[in-house]
Design a protein around this ligand. Sequence first.
Ligand SMILES: [Zn+2]
Length: 111
Amino acid sequence: MFGIAEVTKLFEGCIRGALIVFVLTIGIVALAGYAAGIKSSKGGNSMVKVSSDGPVLTKKVVCSKCAYELEYTGEDVKDVQGFIMGESDTSYYIVCPRKSCKKHVTVKAWW
Ligand SMILES: [Zn+2]
């Protein structure tokens, strides 16, 4: 039979053991979280996937010369630097694809 002293010692030993395991677990979790943080800040595990063959968002504008309706994407928008009242200004346009037109149709910035 164990005496009270032995039981108390055993109990203390268990507590100490549990505490060490607990601290180790916290340490490993913290380290793993830190490592994951470094990984994600590098953008190495981005889950973004391209799921279309090209841009799918389109806008429509009516050509100011031939009056045909044109549908375009952000990739069609060209920008041109200009000056208005002495200040630099960017304007945006698309080129009308109709052979007889080719008008630079002014559009708003895509973004
Ligand atoms: Zn046109």
